[in-house]
Design a protein around this ligand. Structure first.
Ligand code: GDP
Length: 176
């Protein structure tokens, strides 16, 4: 007989950020450990699930909603973050404007989403160090001020991707 003492906690996670910052690529890396240089853009939103074992008795299951960054889908975003437990707001370290966009998403989440939502800021494409436009310190200071988890990630090399989702899992309230 199998001992099944563990508990699984399920959370809804939404990805937000400008188009082409690498939201879908981060999800692909996390869920399938795969990177595709030429994948097509997300239309509307896509859904995937992935679990993380926190310890022998605790599993966190993320229901991941990857939203399209295109402006014409922006009005749909509230539908995805309204009952989200956590959010990953992504920018591209080579595009300063994408950090501004990320900050706008964080503001919107902090005003409109669940007040207990756990938000992580991800500075993606950190493999493109030669083209860096956003300094780590700048983003870290903003994240600290806004109360966000912060990681610089690369969906391409997998740098910090599991660390990002693990940190979110650890920050989630697990005793409800
Ligand atoms: P989304 O629109 O935010 O979902 O972005 P995508 O995941 O579609 O990625 C947009 C483009 O950036 C694609 O060509 C990806 O291959 C590329 N990309 C995504 N993540 C990374 C990364 O970490 N490093 C590099 N060099 N390219 C990336």
């Amino acid at each position: 007989q199998q001992a099944q003492q563990g508990k699984t906690y399920q959370f809804k996670l939404v990805l937000l950020g400008e188009s082409a910052v690498g939201k879908s690529s981060l999800v692909m890396r996390f869920v399938k450990d795969h990177f595709d240089e030429y994948r097509e853009s997300t239309i509307g939103a896509a859904f995937l699930a992935q679990t993380i074992s926190l310890d022998d008795n605790t599993t966190v299951k993320f229901e991941i909603w990857d939203t399209a960054g295109q402006e014409r889908y922006k009005s749909l975003a509230p539908m995805y973050y309204r009952n989200a437990n956590c959010a990953v707001v992504v920018y591209d370290i080579t595009q300063t404007s994408s950090l501004d966009k990320a900050k706008a998403w964080v503001n919107e989440l902090q005003r409109q989403a669940d007040p207990n939502i756990v938000i992580a800021l991800a500075g993606n494409k950190c493999d493109l160090e030669a083209r860096r436009a956003v300094e780590t310190k700048t983003a870290q200071e903003y994240a600290d001020e806004a109360g966000l988890l912060f990681f610089e990630t690369s969906a391409k090399t997998a740098d910090n991707v599991s660390e990002l989702f693990n940190a979110i899992a650890k920050r989630m309230p697990l005793d409800q």
